[in-house]
Design a protein around this ligand. Sequence first.
Ligand code: PGA
Length: 248
Amino acid sequence: MQYLIAANWKMHGLAAQLVEIEAVAAAVTATRPKADTLICVPATLISRAVQTASGRIPIGGEDCGAEDAGAFTGDTSAGMLKDAGASAVIVGHSERRHYQRETDAAVAAKASAAWRAGLMAIICIGETDAQRRNGAAISTCGDQIAGSVPETLADPGILAIAYEPLWAIGTGHMPAANEIVEMHAHIRQCLTTRFGQAAGKHIRILYGGSVKPANAREILALPNVGGALVGGASLHAADFNAIIRAAE
Ligand code: PGA
């Protein structure tokens, strides 16, 4: 599998920011990177982002409802994201697990909804600072995989896991290389135990949390790192393009 370099714009993105998507799409067209790329934007921007990208770079959503349709005011279904032109969706981001109190079961239901709609799912997991200090990082992430990843997604083409330690998101603090290596090896083992070697070996495990142009190359070179989920540095095309180039 090629690296997947995915942008997570979070609650940023007005029409004025479409120029950043144009700049990433133009760079991807010009340089034809070996990495797969994806820009996940707020639901309101998806169809315009898809128009701007015009097939040069796929666009994704940042969350979806667990149900296909119904009386769920304010929710956006996976099918709606797909209808707007999205090809992927992030589920279970730690900000949603924290602020919206999403449980592993809720995340699994959303991932299943993404699968039903034909979207690739990026399922996020990660430990808190306290969990790491208490020696519970590995068990926390193992439990999140067991609870948030549905059986139906056992396919490297439609599933990626993003390991994002909460204390590294938006903070500029990074785990040590050996901590990333240890965690990604554990996630790989969880996936192969659960889904078998054939599928489990190839599901991409992205690292996320303070990925920048300056550290991307080093992170991507680590074993079992299959790409990056990039927040802050994805909002500026120059930085995101530099991270895509780091995957070469
Ligand atoms: P960050 O965010 O790159 O700004 O740390 C990553 C994420 O939350 O996906």
